[in-house]
Write a protein that binds this ligand. Structure first.
Ligand code: SAM
Length: 481
């Protein structure tokens, strides 16, 4: 299932080497999307300058932070249980301060602080630079809150410390917020409007990562295809920019070109793409640059036009197929994955069958699949009854997952006998005699270690597979880099 739902990172407490003069300890746990894990690295960087080193032992912490997710109800329930645990630790060590960061901070604001009084500090995703002040306020015995959403903040000037890093692959944030207003999604409310980060600061971060030995970066955003740098500011204000700003703006295809050329030895990935914003230019840039991986995460959410419309996804099933065809035509061996929601309000059995038939057309390499969870404040919660009974949602989700398992196995089998370039990330989960890495399509490859080491690009002959993993033998170093 690892390929389908990547749960193992949820709630991990991250540790980095700090500064020897730092006297206080920070324990930081992260939940939710990769963006949150990336944000925790920014938070750790800011607090390292404020006298904190990270620890993985919550009992020895002076400050406990939890970077939270609101995307589904289950995510919020998990965090609430953790807050109870933190408060139990606090009873023994009353000087400990507890803070909530991220999407739940934005969504629940004063509820957590004033009504329930289970935290000392509440900090929204655009307010991390205010942490030094907020920490001082809680040190003085006050409660502290900053949940202001910004028009400009991209943290482009903060060098993130790489928490829990394998030293080989890193995430680089390129946009923040989202303007898409999918009716099921809480992100535009918790992370604000969309803005893009200065390409120069992106290139600088990637150059530094290369010098530090990193060999793969994933460019991150809620909707990377919508990237647009015109000197700063919200995407929606682009029309108000000067003619010069508009003429010299950099879009996502332009950014990919710049990044791929700046570090030709570095593998480039990106996530997440949105079908309504992905252009042929982006696919062409991928096809042009051998160091951009042949993999696209292209959530569709449903296979039914009626449901896509109700979700405010601004494309049809037919348009999605055209995009898939264009990808396969330009990059025949491109790995493609999806996000899917089962049981959106009003979803009929026929709609569900359309989802399954869409999956059969694409035969995705892997997918992230969810039962619909009503989120307060979203348009769907305000306008549409959550009317699909739980057992029906669960059964439809099961059918989607089962079909995906079959397709994942089918896709894995297509790699058998091939010689594939793999970037070694570290020990395989099951054996310290084997390396684990990924091929260009983002599928995990496991093979005996021999004389190779993490960070090496190796050609591996694929000899066996499961639906989630390819197994093989290293043949030689890859000379593509
Ligand atoms: N920005 C991306 C997009 O729009 O395709 C991904 C956003 S979200 C962080 C990741 C996934 O969570 C979504 O693609 C969707 O499948 C799922 N999701 C979001 N809101 C949901 C909800 N209310 N119930 C169930 N799943 C949800």
């Amino acid at each position: 299932m690892e390929k389908l739902l990547k749960e193992e990172m949820q709630g991990t407490a991250l540790e980095i080497s700090g500064k020897s003069k730092n006297a206080r300890k920070l324990y930081i746990e992260s939940y939710g999307c990769q963006m949150n894990f990336s944000d925790s690295e920014i938070v750790a960087s800011i607090l390292t300058e404020e006298g904190f080193n990270t620890t993985q032992q919550m009992e020895e912490a002076d400050l406990i932070l939890v970077n939270t997710c609101s995307i589904r109800e289950k995510a919020e329930v998990t965090v609430r249980k953790r807050l109870e645990k933190f408060n139990a630790v606090k009873k023994d060590r009353p000087h400990i301060k507890v803070g909530v960061l991220g999407c739940m901070a934005e969504r629940l604001k004063s509820k957590l602080l004033e009504e329930e009084q289970i935290v000392d500090m509440v900090v929204g995703p655009d307010a991390y630079k205010d942490l030094p002040n907020l920490v001082r306020e809680v040190d003085d015995g006050q409660q502290a809150v900053n949940v202001i959403l910004s028009k400009e903040e991209t943290y482009g000037d903060v060098s993130p410390v790489r928490l829990g890093s394998n030293g080989v692959t890193a995430f680089v944030s390129i946009t923040r917020g989202c303007d898409n207003m999918c009716t099921f999604c809480v992100v535009p409310f918790t992370r604000g409007r969309e803005r893009s980060r200065d390409p120069q600061s992106i290139l600088q971060e990637i150059n530094t990562l290369w010098e530090q030995g990193y060999r793969e970066v994933t460019l991150l955003g809620q909707n990377v295809d919508s990237y647009l740098w015109y000197g700063g500011g919200l995407k929606k204000d682009f029309e108000k920019a000067s003619p010069l700003q508009q003429a010299t703006a950099v879009n996502f295809a332009g950014l990919l070109d710049q990044v791929a050329r700046a570090q030709p030895g570095m593998r480039i990935r990106f996530s997440t793409s949105n079908p309504q914003d992905m252009t042929l230019d982006v696919i062409d840039a991928m096809a042009r640059h051998p160091n951009i991986c042949n993999y696209i995460h292209l959530p569709v959410q449903s296979g039914s036009d009626r449901i896509l419309k109700a979700m405010n996804r601004l494309h049809t099933r037919r348009e999605y197929f055209s995009l898939i065809d264009a990808i396969r035509e330009r990059i025949p061996d491109c790995g493609i994955s999806h996000d899917m929601i089962a049981g959106f309000p009003g979803e009929t059995e026929e709609d569900h069958q359309l989802t399954l038939s869409l999956m059969k057309y694409v035969k995705y390499d892997f997918g992230f699949m969810f039962a619909y969870s009503e989120r307060p404040g979203t348009l769907a919660a305000r306008k549409l009854a959550d009317d699909i009974p739980d057992p029906v949602k669960k059964r439809r989700l099961r059918e989607i997952i089962d079909l995906q398992q079959k397709h994942s196995l089918y896709r894995s089998q297509q790699h058998l006998g091939r010689l594939e370039e793999v970037l070694i990330e570290g020990d395989s989960r099951k054996s310290d005699q084997h390396w684990m890495g990924r091929n260009s399509q983002n599928t995990v490859v496991v093979f005996p270690k021999e004389h190779y080491k993490p960070g090496d690009f190796v050609l591996v002959r694929i000899e066996d597979c499961t639906s989630a993993t390819l197994l093989g033998t290293a043949v030689e170093y890859s000379d593509k880099r």
